[in-house]
Design a protein around this ligand. Structure first.
Ligand SMILES: CCCCCC/C=C/CC(=O)SCCNC(=O)CCNC(=O)[C@H](O)C(C)(C)COP(=O)(O)OP(=O)(O)OC[C@H]1O[C@@H](n2cnc3c(N)ncnc32)[C@H](O)[C@@H]1OP(=O)(O)O
Length: 312
């Protein structure tokens, strides 16, 4: 689901509503695309802010849908939505609170400007799910940050704090206050301004010297650490595509790579681990105690019941 409202007379605020992490389920994808089209066709709307509802911006694609073709196909593809966002003829500002991860950051990269709360974090953690950023992230991030910083983020999947993201140029502004309000004020200030160079899909990757040697070295280093995992190597291939191919050809390469990874045993096993780790925290006992209702008992007495002495 995506909530759509007009504020300050000219700003459409689209907020992603799918607790707890605002994942991009089919319903959210349908709502987002509809909202973007509504904002595009409404002559009163002159700028757009995209935010998360009640906290986090977005935890990415809905992992529960992976491996379920009918769920995936009951909403538009993320690539199509992000293309519509980037192509919009009105400035679009991402207002990031909490986190923008995976498809969440890829959505923010399709926006023309990115605002973040000082405690927010961003990242492309797809590699830990045996995947790569498959909705334009592997092509847009290197165009914004340059190859070295983008490759590091994509291959490690690490979460980057707002301050570092600002220094890298991934966020345009960071605020301690209300991120949506700040983004709305900023969106109004750039209404009517040219957007062409704000569209990352239009930009070339910043040049890199000795590009072949750089990627050969990167591939060797990543292979050495990957312990047989395919995704980190595919991440390097995709970023190489961003550095050497026009945007649309890079997108086609990203699509081929992510389709191969998505059906792999490694990706299926990684998804299984993701949900099992979280499930393991939800314990119950035969007496009916549960992880979410039990309380630790206060300790009133402690005793030592054994002692181990070692003699040399
Ligand atoms: C259209 C498909 C083709 C696209 C091609 C491939 C592109 C992929 C792009 C992606 O976006 S892949 C997904 C990338 N995102 C992630 O890897 C983030 C995963 N989530 C997390 O790291 C954490 O959950 C969090 C977001 C940092 C929040 O951590 P927190 O400790 O606050 O909560 P959790 O206990 O971890 O999660 C709460 C609850 O939410 C469920 N969940 C979290 N993320 C997702 C998600 N992306 N999709 C679906 N569900 C998610 C999690 O399972 C918990 O639910 P549960 O019922 O308690 O298990």
């Amino acid at each position: 689901m995506a909530q759509y409202r007009i504020v300050s007379g000219s700003v459409a605020v689209i907020s992603i509503q799918n607790p707890p992490v605002n994942a991009l389920s089919a319903a959210v994808r349908n709502g987002l695309l509809l909202s973007v089209r509504t904002a595009s066709s409404d002559p009163l709307v002159r700028s757009v802010v995209i935010s998360g509802h009640n906290g986090p911006f977005c935890g990415g694609a809905d992992i529960k849908e992976f491996g379920n073709v009918s769920h995936l196909e009951s909403g538009p593809h993320l690539v199509e939505i992000f293309e519509s966002v980037e192509a919009l003829a009105k400035p679009v500002v991402a207002a990031i609170e909490g986190f923008a991860l995976g498809g969440g950051l890829e959505l923010a990269l399709a926006c023309h400007y990115r605002f973040g709360h000082s405690e927010a974090r961003v990242g492309l953690p797809e590699v830990s799910l045996g995947l790569l950023p498959g909705a334009g992230g592997s092509q847009r991030l290197p165009r914004l940050l340059g190859v070295r910083a983008a490759l590091d983020m994509i291959v490690t999947g690490r979460h980057v704090a707002a301050g570092e993201a600002l220094n890298l140029g991934l966020l345009d502004r960071v605020t301690d206050g209300n991120t949506v309000d700040a983004a709305v004020r900023f969106a109004q200030s750039v209404e009517g301004k040219p957007l062409d160079d704000r569209r990352l899909g239009n930009r070339p990757c910043p040049p890199l010297e000795n590009i072949d040697a750089f990627f050969e070295d990167a591939l060797n280093r990543v292979r050495g650490r990957a312990r047989g995992a395919a995704a980190p190597l595919a991440c390097v291939q995709a970023v190489r595509g961003a550095a050497t191919l026009p945007f649309l050809q890079g997108m086609a390469l990203e699509k081929r790579l992510v389709e191969t990874l998505m059906t792999s045993g490694q990706a299926q096993a990684s998804r299984y681990c993701f949900f099992t780790e979280r499930g393991a925290a939800r314990w119950t006992t035969p007496t009916g105690a549960r992880w979410d209702t039990c309380r630790a008992r206060p300790i009133s007495t402690a005793a030592v019941i054994g002692i181990y002495a070692s003699c040399i």
